[in-house]
Ligand binder design. Structure first.
Ligand SMILES: NC(=O)c1ccc[n+]([C@@H]2O[C@H](COP(=O)([O-])OP(=O)(O)OC[C@H]3O[C@@H](n4cnc5c(N)ncnc54)[C@H](OP(=O)(O)O)[C@@H]3O)[C@@H](O)[C@H]2O)c1
Length: 202
């Protein structure tokens, strides 16, 4: 995503817990900075760096950092789930709160990396599914508050990302010929669904 924005002429600030891990982006001219979304000081330090580098404007805030925890639902360790929510939910809230002044200044957009699992929960990931559902609800609230109260001009949208496996049923094929032509009975496809940020005209 950072490379894509960069190739379209945006000035990109890419973050990682350890910026050395994204030195290949720095080599291309992308500014790389440290960020741990679960730490207030780290988020504020990033905001101060971006402020001084941009003069206080940010067009897009992409909240991509996230983590997973795959364990049967009744065996979860609450501390692990708490850490997961720190990254997937509280960290995002912290980022939005901290960066909203820069986004308002630029009439910018908050982009949340949500997940299909927030709507279609997958087994063994109850904490993750719940965190993404919470993220979706939080973002919908941000959008509604922004629209209804006209508090800010910044927009927010959620990317519902995920992988789907389509099972093609034999009976669904109209002819044996077509059936033979189908690539596979399980064709994985990448599915990205974006929500419109606000009704047109507002
Ligand atoms: N992969 C999928 O199938 C899928 C499907 C739907 C949604 N998503 C979402 O897409 C996003 C990216 O996931 P991915 O699949 O690319 O996973 P990934 O390769 O594990 O990337 C997650 C990134 O988040 C960072 N991160 C985790 N906790 C952090 C924290 N507390 N502070 C700062 N950075 C933190 C990780 O940093 P480190 O490198 O330092 O560990 C890592 O770079 C996530 O929000 C994920 O939930 C993924």
């Amino acid at each position: 995503m950072a490379l894509n924005f960069h190739s379209r002429g945006f000035r990109v600030f890419a973050t990682a817990r350890n910026p050395d891990s994204i030195s290949s982006l720095a080599a291309l001219g992308i500014t790389t900075l440290a960020l741990e979304v679960h730490k207030v000081e780290s988020v504020k330090a990033l905001r101060d760096q971006v402020l001084s580098l941009t003069g206080g404007r940010l067009d897009y805030l992409v909240n991509n950092a996230g983590t997973n925890y795959t364990v049967p639902a009744l065996d979860i360790d609450n501390e692990e789930v708490h850490d997961l929510f720190e990254a997937n939910v509280f960290g995002v809230m912290r980022m939005c709160q901290t960066f909203i002044p820069l986004l308002i200044e630029a009439k910018g957009t908050i982009v949340q990396i949500g997940s299909l699992t927030g709507h279609m929960p997958y087994i063994f990931s109850s904490g993750y599914n719940a965190s993404k559902a919470a993220l979706h609800a939080y973002t919908n609230t941000l959008r509604n508050v922004g629209i209804l109260l006209r508090l800010w001009s910044a927009k927010s949208l959620t990317m519902y990302t995920g992988n789907l496996t389509i099972w093609r049923q034999r009976g669904a094929c109209r002819s044996r010929r077509r059936e033979k032509q189908s690539i596979s009975r399980t064709s994985p496809i990448a599915f990205v669904f974006t929500l419109q940020t606000r009704p047109s005209g507002i």
